[in-house]
Structures are given as C-alpha cells and as structure tokens.
Design a protein around this ligand. Structure first.
Ligand SMILES: [Zn+2]
Length: 265
C-alpha cells in the first residue's frame, strides 16, 4: 500500500467566490500542494507546486500571471526540495515526476529534479507544444519553467495499457497504472485544463483520489456547486468540468477520500 505525504509549496490568494460560486469577495488562500507517493517499489512526486523560478519567469508578456494570482513563496521554508530533504528524500531518489497538468503552479519546480522521467497526459503535452506568448498566458503556461531537456524526459501516462479499476471506484472504470505495484493509477479528469489528470492511490486506509484542480473547494463536489462563471474564461471546457464534478460527487457519496490541490488554505 502506498503512503501519501502532502506538502504546501507556496500559495496564491483570490477572492473566495472565484473558486466557489456565492462564497463572497473576501480573499482566500489557495495552497499549491505537491504529494510524495511512497510505493512498495519507490518514490514518485505528484506535481511540484511553486518555486523561486515562478517569480523570475513571469516577466514580460507573462507578468500578468503574477498580477492576477499574487503568489507568496518563501524559498527557504517552502521549496519542495528543502521539505523533502527533511524526510531524507533527495531529487535523485524519485522514480518519476507525475504532472496533473501544465498550469505553472503545478510544474514550476520541475527543474529542481534533473534527469527524472516526467509523466503527463498525451493531451496535456499536445496542448503546450510550441506554446508561447499571449496564447500561453491564457493557458496559465510559462514555457521558461520547463527544463531544457524536457522533451527527452517526458513520457505519456497512456504509453501503458489501460486496465480496469475496482468496482468500488465507479463511475471511474479504468485507468493507467503508473508504478510496478499498481498502487498509483492515472485517470482523466477533463474540464479544468486540456489533458487534466488525477490519480487514484491505494493506501492502507483505502483508495484516495488526488483530484488536482478538478475543483478548487470541497463544497464544489459535495454540493455540486461550481466556481464563478468568470473562471471559465481560463478553464478549458465548462461541460466537461461539471461532468467531472458529478463523477467526484459519486465517489464522495461512496466514501472515497478526495484531495484537491488548493483546498483548505
Ligand atoms: Zn490548474
């Protein structure tokens, strides 16, 4: 059974109602989480959170990203490598970095893990191919955050054959096992961003879904209450978003634990 270690790697602030319709205008903190997944066969990272590079790379045409999502990140205490170090884990110990999608708050730390294989979905990879400038900005993608050898290290989740998931995870029927022991399963959670993925993790306390940005607040899947309509200017597909939310609601009703990247700030 895998163990999940959860880290907050910086945070940004927004009015609460952007993340959850009707939640008011008061500012709310949205931590950028990353997860260390400790399996029988080795260690994986799910997303990276922010890094010091976020501030240096969001300049010029990408500066509005920093203005729209004001980020608080203190390198000494927030840097994920420093946090992993406290557990005795070094970058070289990781078998791979698994990315839910290519919004900067999920992959800004990628260059801190040299030579590690990087997994993402085929659609997510296609969506950032040769993407730059204003088009990238509107997809919350900052190309300078990718390591220079990114193309040599990337592998699509879908390179493996999909397999059926246990019936207890309905309405999710199949996924892509990531690790040799099949304790991590990548699954599509479409709507938020092109190729947006989550992962089911088999732990000794049952299955847990790392649902990434499929919602920004637990009330969304518990009450089927979406974010502000304004947020769909930057989210990928409103219809898919609510379809995914309904699937999360079914899991929640069945007692499966769901972890959202930005909840609980
Ligand atoms: Zn996102």
């Amino acid at each position: 059974m895998a163990r999940i270690h959860t880290f907050s790697v910086g945070f940004c602030t927004h009015p609460a109602c952007i993340a959850l319709r009707g939640a008011g205008l008061q500012p709310r903190v949205f931590p950028a989480r990353a997860y260390l997944l400790e399996t029988r066969h080795g260690l994986y990272l799910w997303d990276t959170g922010y890094s010091a590079r976020f501030a240096t790379e969001t300049c010029g045409i990408y500066a509005p990203y920093r203005w729209v999502t004001p980020v608080t990140y203190h390198h000494e205490q927030d840097n994920l490598c420093h946090q992993l170090d406290k557990l005795g884990v070094r970058a070289a110990d990781l078998l791979a970095i698994l990315l839910s999608h290519f919004h900067a708050d999920h992959f800004a730390g990628l260059a801190d893990y040299p030579k590690r294989p990087i997994y993402a979905s085929t659609a997510a990879l296609a969506s950032i191919k040769e993407l730059s400038g204003i088009k990238a900005l509107f997809k919350a993608f900052v190309p300078g955050l990718l390591p220079s050898d990114f193309a040599d290290r990337i592998k699509p989740f879908e390179a493996k054959t999909p397999k059926p998931l246990p019936n207890s995870l309905a309405p999710f029927r199949s996924g892509w096992p990531v690790d040799a022991g099949e304790e991590i399963w990548a699954v599509p959670l479409p709507g938020h961003a092109e190729g947006h993925m989550g992962a089911f993790i088999e732990t000794d306390r049952g299955w847990v879904l790392l649902a990434s940005d499929a919602a920004w607040a637990p009330e969304s899947y518990r009450e089927l209450r979406g974010p502000s309509e304004l947020s769909f200017v930057v989210q990928h597909d409103r219809k898919d978003y609510f379809r995914t939310l309904a699937r999360l609601n079914a899991l929640y009703m069945a007692g499966i634990q769901i972890c959202l990247t930005h909840e609980g700030g």
